[in-house]
Design a protein around this ligand. Structure first.
Ligand code: ADP
Ligand code: MG
Length: 388
């Protein structure tokens, strides 16, 4: 466990981190998000003890640092904690390979780690550029070099500062998919996330930093569903809206057409997950089309996993008749007034509104879908299963 509590950091007399607490376990990812200038980079510097805070404490597994602590007394926690900063600090006169190997060479550990390094080069697809100089490779490749240099020292904790901020989407995705593998190998990752979608889908925990204070800390979906704090909700929306692909279908005719097209389009044995099933309201919006919809669904063995507000007689019959494709739960009583949210296998999130006219809002975004899926799984744990 890497756990900081009550961290206060001042530059001159200005407080930049104000009573900040954050933690990560090995094998988990904690994301830090927040506006520019909120203190994210400063927090990573404090956690890695490159710049000591004035107050607070840091627990690193079985070792505790209490601040203020004297620079000269401190044994820095490197390479148990490794940091990759935005400015990559790559030597221009050394090849990527030499940059990565240098820290190991200085410690006399290069020979015994050769095989491990080769494994890393392979994992990060670095063969073709490993022996080039930094100015002969792309920014994404330099970024991978910096990440692998940090990993070469086998850290238990990895601190990453917006490492995908200057990459195109494709290269960012390559790096982010590697992070998930690194976490699965048991490394604890604290990342200042430029990519809000990634922060909200792959992190185990998210902290929102604003003006040097953590103003919210929780699971990713708690941020997506945030409505009370306008600063957080507008930050999340403005940061992730660019990648959303949204379509709206309104009125009974479009509602029915959407659902018929959907049930015909998706592959057999797909799974649809629903948060907030509305019972008879849905069937009445489908009107006389519902029978055709249900027949198609049964024929294609399309499974619905549903958290219901309300169970209608049609659902009860469906569960009795086809328990194999119908898994229904009753929502706990404290959950009220949520939208009806469907999560499709292919990463689409569908919101349904049954106000005056039934409306479908389809959002194609894998991060949003993953985040809602985690929310569904948490709610299922608190719910009762409906048995026919
Ligand atoms: P973020 O990474 O969230 O954009 P930073 O941690 O870089 O924010 O900076 C937080 C605040 O601290 C900013 O107002 C910045 O100007 C100030 N700051 C950062 N480093 C220093 C420094 N070495 N000396 C004085 N002020 C600094
Ligand atoms: Mg920064």
């Amino acid at each position: 466990m890497l756990k900081a509590s009550g961290i206060i950091k001042k530059y001159e007399n200005r407080i930049v981190l104000d009573d900040v607490s954050v933690e990560v376990e090995q094998g988990k990812i904690t994301s830090i998000i927040g506006p520019s200038g909120s203190g994210k980079t400063t927090l990573l510097k404090a956690l890695s003890m490159l710049e000591l805070p004035q107050s607070g404490s840091i627990v690193l597994d079985d070792k505790t640092y209490n601040f203020p602590e004297d620079d000269s007394n401190i044994t820095p926690p490197w390479p148990k904690i490794s940091v990759v900063f935005q400015q990559l600090f790559i030597w221009p006169h050394l090849t990527i390979r030499e940059n990565i190997e240098l820290p190991l060479k200085l410690k006399g550990l290069l020979q015994e780690n050769k095989a491990y390094l080769e494994e890393l080069y392979k994992m990060f697809h670095m063969k073709e550029f490993i022996d080039r100089y930094p100015n002969e490779v792309s920014l994404g490749q330099r970024q991978r070099g910096a990440l692998v240099r940090a990993l070469a020292l086998k850290p238990d904790y990895l601190l990453l500062d917006e490492i995908t901020s200057s990459l195109d989407v494709e290269q960012a995705e390559i790096i982010l998919s590697h992070l998930v593998k690194i976490k699965e190998k048991g490394v604890g990752i604290i990342m200042v996330a430029h990519d809000i979608d990634f922060a909200l889908s792959s992190a185990d925990n998210v902290c929102f930093l604003d003006g040097g204070k953590i103003i919210k800390q929780g699971k990713p979906y708690e941020f997506l569903l945030e409505t009370e704090n306008k600063r957080i909700s507008s930050f999340i929306r403005s940061a992730s809206l660019g990648t959303l692909d949204v379509k709206i279908y309104s009125g009974q005719e479009e509602f029915q057409a959407y659902h018929m097209a959907f049930i015909n389009r998706i592959p057999e044995k797909s799974v649809v997950t629903v948060i907030g099933g509305v019972g008879d309201t849905w069937f009445s919006s489908m009107g006389d089309k519902y029978k055709e919809f249900d027949d198609t669904r049964k024929r294609k063995n399309i499974k619905y996993r549903m958290l219901m507000y309300e169970i209608g007689s049609k659902e009860k019959r469906l569960v009795r008749e086809r328990p194999d494709i119908n898994e229904y739960y009753i929502l706990p009583s404290h959950v009220k007034n949520l939208a009806n949210i469907n999560i499709h296998d292919d990463g689409a999130v569908v919101l349904q509104i049954f106000d005056t006219v039934p409306t479908v809002i389809e959002i194609n975004n894998q991060a949003l879908a993953t985040s809602y899926m985690n929310y569904y799984n948490d709610l299922v744990k608190q719910s009762e299963k409906l048995l026919g």
